[in-house]
Design a protein around this ligand. Sequence first.
Ligand code: HSE
Length: 400
Amino acid sequence: MIKIAILGYGTIGSGVVEVLHTNRDSIAKRAGDGIEVKYILDLRDFPGDPMEDKVVHDYEIIANDPEIQVVVEAMGGVEPAYTFVKRALLSGKNVTTSNKALVAKHGAELIAIARKQSVNFLFEASVGGGIPIIRPLNSSLTADEIEEITGILNGTTNYMLTKMTFEGLEFDNVLKDAQSRGYAEADPTADIEGYDACRKIAILTSLVCGQQVDFEEIPTEGITNISATDMKYAKAMDRVIKLLATSKKTEDGYYAMVAPFMLSQQHPLYSVNDVFNAIFVHGNVLGDAMFYGSGAGKLPTASAVVADIVDIAKHLHKNILISWSSGKMNLVDCKKAKSQFFVRTSEKCEKITEVFGEVEYVEAPGVTGEIGFLTETMTEEAFEQKAGSLGSILQRIRVV
Ligand code: HSE
């Protein structure tokens, strides 16, 4: 029997208990042994819960119990998760986590400790919820140089943008709806400002380039300034607006960015709606691949965590090599990245032509008192310069 401890009995922690219970026999068969939850660490008590007697309030009990082989970190946030996880690894325990904040900030160090200790630090659930993407990048796609990863990596904002697209609602209304359904947190900042997606693309880019990508260096825009009017223009062009997290390998190095984009019907992520996530990967020998599915929520995320526990059980005392060193990857400045831009302005056509040359005008039904247009493809730097010369810009959204 493999004895595990779960840190945090919230949504993910209780999901892990549920998955282990629901699929107990098949999981034991695949792991080669049964999995038993010995402790659950939480500040709270859970009277009446079937796991009530497993709950402890002191991490020392877990840290000092040699029977515990796997620690499941499901607390979220960097501290005390980092301290607990590091200690577990240093004392020869395996760890799996769903915590993207922890992995984005300390992934390289925790991977190195796990390697030294001949244990494993796995984090499949930290990106894309239940969608396999970490393991594919670390095993199935290792023959490739990955040249692009572009994902819809945040379920809450994808749900909100889908609602705005199909129901013509304004941002504030869909945010309230997302909160009432439990998708968005009471403080939705991390989702709507793009910070959650930023950490996830930092993790994926670190895995792809094998070095530490600091999430603080990834230019990040959220969806808070996307309006029902923008959606009308997108519809008029048969496009949709999606929050993309993208990283690309160029001749000069990698660049990464999180921002809303207007996608054409031909784009592989065009049809990814509601809370679903999807990740498009382009490899230099593979070509294109897509990973699609449930990117958030209790059971999908717990499914990925439990799969990590099974992998750990199959590799006890043997470290699975993960290529992600602490050497820092300096990202290429996004100002050199090229895009076409959709612009809304209250300036006149003459001024637009004077600054941007020939552009493609876009008319949206019911929108008056402003002009919408598409620019040529140009660098971010060139666009910023022209936008400054144009004067009043009501909106600008990159187009792919
Ligand atoms: N808030 C995140 C989302 C949860 O909406 O995708 C999963 O990381």
